[in-house]
Design a protein around this ligand. Structure first.
Ligand code: XMP
Ligand code: MG
Length: 175
């Protein structure tokens, strides 16, 4: 499989993101961050990212599903499981694996904004601008990628390949 992002490259970028995120929130006087992971794809990125942060975090998850089983968005985004905690008045950082059409994140932003956080920002490991339908304000971004379906490091095809340490292009014969 063709490697798009190696384990080392991902690790290096996450260290940088950790420093940037910590610095910006510290500068804004934020003492504790409420990190919201988007399941399932974001779980590995979140685990690595929070360990690079230099401010205390609370961690929560939202379960979003948009893709069904294919490689194209179904267009409808469902919140299959909501947050456990209360984010009213909190500084919330959403952690996502990839922003593609932007439909999932647009829905997630509306949903979380309605709970009245003090601030709400997005950190996405990947952005695939080629297929954008809704523009999403990604405050912290890992990498921009080409219009290819990638798996690994949390990203899946039919719930497979999430455990790969690198991000690879899924060859057509594997679909
Ligand atoms: P949208 O289109 O709503 O997509 O921005 C966000 C969700 O779609 C999934 N997605 C991918 N998953 N490889 C994957 O494994 C990809 O190349 C890809 N592109 C989009 C992903 O679950 C994300 O949360
Ligand atoms: Mg996903």
């Amino acid at each position: 499989m063709q490697v798009v992002l190696s384990e080392a490259k991902i690790r290096e970028r996450i260290k940088e993101l950790g420093r940037q995120i910590s610095a910006e929130y510290k500068k804004a006087g934020v003492e504790r961050l409420y990190v919201v992971g988007i399941l399932r794809g974001g779980f590995i990125f979140l685990a690595d990212l929070v360990r690079e942060l230099e401010i205390p975090v609370e961690i929560d998850f939202v379960w979003a599903s948009s893709y069904g089983e294919g490689t194209k968005t179904s267009g409808t985004v469902k919140i299959a499981r909501d947050l456990e905690g209360d984010i009213q008045g909190r500084d919330v950082l959403i952690v996502e694996d990839i922003v593609d059409t932007g439909l999932t994140m647009t829905k997630m932003l509306e949903h979380l904004q309605s709970k009245n956080p003090k601030s709400l920002s997005i950190c996405s490991l990947l952005h695939k601008p080629a297929r954008e339908i809704k523009k999403v304000p990604i405050r912290f971004l890992g990498f921009t990628i080409e219009d290819q379906f990638v798996v690994g490091y949390g990203l899946d095809y039919k719930n497979l390949y999430r455990e790969y340490r690198e991000i690879v292009i899924l060859p057509p014969e594997n679909r």
